[in-house]
Design a protein around this ligand. Structure first.
Ligand SMILES: [Zn+2]
Length: 205
């Protein structure tokens, strides 16, 4: 499996990381996948489309056969209409929305690139947040579930802590977050820190 960042977040355009997860071009089981599509800002979309056009996809195959949205915030899903119109992918998300053709369920398996990944519903950052985890490689796409957890004073719902505890139990080796660089070193420590911050700021009932 090859994971390529096709649009790193830039200061002049608030956008998430967009990951292109390639399958083996010769394997019909594999599914070229975009994990999130980025914002609808014209510069963002152009950059994503330009990056995708040069990638090795295989004869007769579309570079984007599938989209998985980690959640529906605009910086992750804003470009969906344009990407869907261009590539006609199957679009997976946890909640219904325009262009979404398959609703994800917690625990289901999904072929992503050349690997089977597990869908985890991880509410907290948003109700519809999901993560993707591959038990074979222990790679984790975390969307915004691990993003800038720094607020204090009763900000977070209790389910957020449970979601982070689930991620910690997976013991991922690499985390591909929705913003910022991949975490390749102390992934466990990164999650533990997020969990401690959330636990310190749980919204009391
Ligand atoms: Zn978000």
């Amino acid at each position: 499996m090859r994971i390529q960042l096709v649009h790193p977040e830039q200061a002049n355009d608030y956008c998430c990381n967009v990951y292109w997860v390639a399958g083996d071009p010769g394997n019909p089981r594999d599914v070229h996948t975009l994990v999130d599509v980025g914002s609808s800002h014209p510069g963002t979309l152009d950059a994503v489309l330009a990056a995708l056009s040069g990638l090795p996809k295989g004869l007769g195959r579309r570079p984007v056969e599938q989209v998985v949205l980690t959640h529906a915030h605009y910086d992750h899903a804003g470009a969906l209409e344009a990407v869907a119109a261009r590539f006609q992918p199957v679009v997976h998300a946890f909640q219904p929305g325009p262009r979404v053709c398959h609703l994800l369920a917690d625990g289901q398996w999904l072929r992503v690139g050349s690997l089977d990944m597990r869908v985890l519903h991880t509410p907290g950052h948003s109700d519809d947040s999901i993560c993707l985890f591959c038990p074979e490689t222990r790679e984790l796409f975390s969307g915004d579930t691990l993003y800038r957890i720094s607020d204090t004073g009763g900000t977070y719902p209790a389910c957020y802590a449970r979601s982070l505890e689930r991620l910690a139990a997976l013991r991922p080796s690499v985390i591909y977050p929705g913003h910022g660089d991949p975490i390749t070193g102390d992934a466990a420590g990164f999650i533990a820190e997020a969990l401690a911050r959330v636990q310190a700021s749980i919204l009391q009932p």
